[in-house]
Design a binder for this molecule. Sequence first.
Ligand SMILES: Nc1ncnc2c1ncn2[C@@H]1O[C@H](COP(=O)(O)OP(=O)(O)OP(=O)(O)O)[C@@H](O)[C@H]1O
Length: 360
Amino acid sequence: MDNSYKIKVQNVTKEYDLYKSQAEKLRSFFSLRGAKVPHFWSLMGISLEVKSGETLGLIGVNGSGKSTLSNIISGIIPQTTGVVDVRGDTSIIAIGAGLRGNLTGLENIRLKALMQGLTNPEIDALMDDIVGFADIGDFLYQPVKSYSSGMKSRLGFSIAVHVNPDILIIDEALSVGDDTFYQKCVDKIAEFKDEGKTIVFVSHSLKQVEILCDRVAWIHYGTLKEIGATADVVKHYRAFTKWFKGQTKKEKKHFQRQMKENQKSFDIDAYQQQVTDELQAADPNATNVAAKVKKDFYGSVISEKMGWGTRILAFAVAIVFVLTCLVNISGHSVGDVVQHPGNLIHPETVLHDTDAGNPR
Ligand SMILES: Nc1ncnc2c1ncn2[C@@H]1O[C@H](COP(=O)(O)OP(=O)(O)OP(=O)(O)O)[C@@H](O)[C@H]1O
């Protein structure tokens, strides 16, 4: 096994269908011609590796795809194409990530810890530490939906760092806490680093990134703009934000629109071909490159879209369901309806002798 990395992400894309409503989604599902739904590519081919014991920062403007990438690495959402190889247990800390609003803080601690593979006695042993670190007082007994974002972050952070994950993914969780809690988290992250754990740190705070990260990946409107030493990437990103701030309002809008247009018109087949061509050019004697790339793109991906076989099956099940309902409503037996389908729309007449028993 190649031990040079703890997390590997290769040619990862993420496509969203931009349905306007649930009804449109349903229509498109049953549409035989394949309804024209606009697509948006939140990630357009990201490849990077995180080494064991490394802290990688993810930076980029709002909507650039940082959370999409960290959620894919955490296994919360699937990628559309590409390989995601994560070697170890991950624990994600994002504001409220994985917390159930209707459950109390205490119940959430138990649930998340159980989901992380801990046993009840192990959770009991950790409970005081988790509660102490979160330090949210009596809110512990209240449903999480009544928490402020700071409180959710405290609880989420406390659970995540106490279940002893191999890989910690922190998505903006430090941006909402107060200074004391922030320092506690930074100390805990430093402790994790010392223990040799791998960390992915998503943040808008370049100061935090500079303090905590060994390397930084700059995600720019769905692409990996740059990855490298923290000081270099942060410097280039600062130069970009300075340039952007110097644009007029109209220029900024134009730039953002252009970027989003690129993400809408991204062509996954062309990208696959480009990857194939690049690999073939790098090694002209390599064989079956196209097949290997196709396997890399789709081999480990469970399609979120229904194939034709599944659609036809779903359609058949729906028809059987409707027919069964109609048979029930009509009052005829199944055999009767099979022999005389017309009976389906003629409810069985139950004759009541209204005069029966009436004295004439
Ligand atoms: N479920 C979804 N359906 C459609 N588009 C989505 C969905 N989730 C995210 N997106 C889009 O994907 C893009 C990337 O979003 P993401 O949340 O990953 O960005 P981000 O870099 O984490 O942003 P921020 O810094 O604001 O948190 C955005 O344009 C967002 O609108």
